[in-house]
Design a protein around this ligand. Structure first.
Ligand code: PLP
Length: 371
């Protein structure tokens, strides 16, 4: 979290129904629309990403509805379980956790569904557990080609503000984001950007909802209002973070992420280790999951990295527990931070006698020097 963001939040709260706060909220709406590349409103909840998931599902579905979801990893799995807990039937398109959602498979399934049983297609844009980024533009085109009326729900929690995202151009109906990743904020804000079609669907959706209800949060379909007390100080931080992103320039922010992510990938390759992401078109620019050779526990590398260098690598989730460690490379990040992380990781690999070829950090330096 950048100091600018922390300092912006370090002040007394304002009257959240007063004009000064209204101006901050309006600036945040403008900034978020820019990030989402949409003309549509973004409903901002005091919530974690799970809340925004729930808002997207409960505002668009009725009990017994079927949605088509792509298995990309741990997060698609948790979203699926949430949907099922609401009585939604999830057709879960099987995946191997090394690839993103398959646009052809989605198109084929929708083309088959002549009765229009499928009410929505749900995809996690950047699967944080695997470091795989699904090709959302291709999925949007696949839905179009199938001429299917399904809504398109996309979780962009770990791609927002780190990778290009085009809600309107990619014909997305609900885009689900959160504060604590590319926006460089503490956790506590959940976003749903709502298309006109999704807003219309919410008028007749029958899943019970109250806190999440767009009919209250977005009464005219265009202007978000707060039914509960907003997370006032997080808005101060959000405005500062959006200012920082727009000052740098979105294209520059995305290019910085791409370059630092590639430096990480060069290091991984030089170590002789594999990324969990198997298709170079889908390598994530916000997180890399690195596979440990069979018989070696990724948790030992994590523990050594933490205890010796005070650098926290993320662990493997669900079936990847112990199999991968993850390097987050998003948000307020520059060359020395990424090189420090790679050097600490290389130290941990050496200290735990993990099979690897030394020199990954040097390979990253070489890539950054030349690019
Ligand atoms: N979706 C993705 C892709 C995530 O990375 C996360 C959290 O890391 C979530 C959903 C859930 O967000 P939260 O933990 O804020 O509820």
């Amino acid at each position: 979290m950048p100091d600018r963001v922390l300092r912006a939040m370090d002040r007394a709260a304002l009257d959240h129904r007063g004009p000064e706060f209204a101006a901050i909220v309006a600036a945040c709406q403008d900034g978020l629309r820019h990030l989402y590349k949409t003309t549509r409103p973004v409903v901002i909840y005091p919530a974690a990403g799970h809340g925004a998931w729930e808002a997207a599902l409960t505002n668009t579905s009725s009990p017994g509805d079927t949605i088509l979801m792509a298995e990309t990893g741990a997060f698609s799995g948790w979203w699926r379980e949430m949907a099922e807990s609401f009585g939604i039937t999830v057709e879960y398109l099987a995946g191997d956790w090394r690839h993103g959602a398959d646009p052809e498979a989605i198109e084929a399934r929708l083309a088959e569904d002549r009765a229009g049983v499928i009410k929505a297609v749900a995809v996690v844009h950047n699967e944080t557990s695997t470091g795989v980024t699904s090709r959302i533009a291709d999925v949007g085109r696949a839905i179009d080609r199938a001429s299917h009326p399904a809504l398109f729900l996309v979780d962009n929690i770990s791609s927002l503000a780190s990778m290009d995202f085009r809600m309107d151009e990619w014909r997305i109906d609900v885009a689900i984001g959160g504060a604590q990743k590319g926006l460089m904020l503490p956790p506590g804000l959940g976003f749903t950007a709502v298309s006109e079609k999704a807003f219309r669907a919410s008028q007749s959706a029958r899943l019970p909802r109250n806190y999440w209800d767009w009919r209250a949060q977005l009464p005219d379909g265009l202007t978000p209002t707060f039914t509960c007390t907003p997370a006032v100080n997080l808005f101060f931080g959000l405005k500062e973070s959006l200012d920082m992103l727009l000052e740098e320039g979105l294209d520059e922010v995305f290019a910085r992420h791409a370059r630092l992510a590639e430096a990480v990938r060069r290091a991984v390759r030089a170590w002789g280790l594999d990324l969990q992401s198997a298709d170079p078109r889908e390598h994530s620019n916000s997180v890399s999951a690195i596979r440990m050779p069979d018989g070696h526990d990724a948790e030992m590398v994590r523990e050594a990295c933490h205890s010796r260098a005070n650098v926290v690598l993320a662990g493997g989730l669900r079936k990847l527990a112990g199999r991968v460690f993850r390097i987050g490379h998003l948000g307020d990040l520059n060359e020395p931070m990424i090189l420090g992380t790679l050097a600490a990781t290389e130290l941990a690999l050496a200290a735990t006698s993990a099979p690897h070829t030394p020199g990954g950090t040097t390979a990253a330096i070489r890539y950054l020097a030349e690019n």
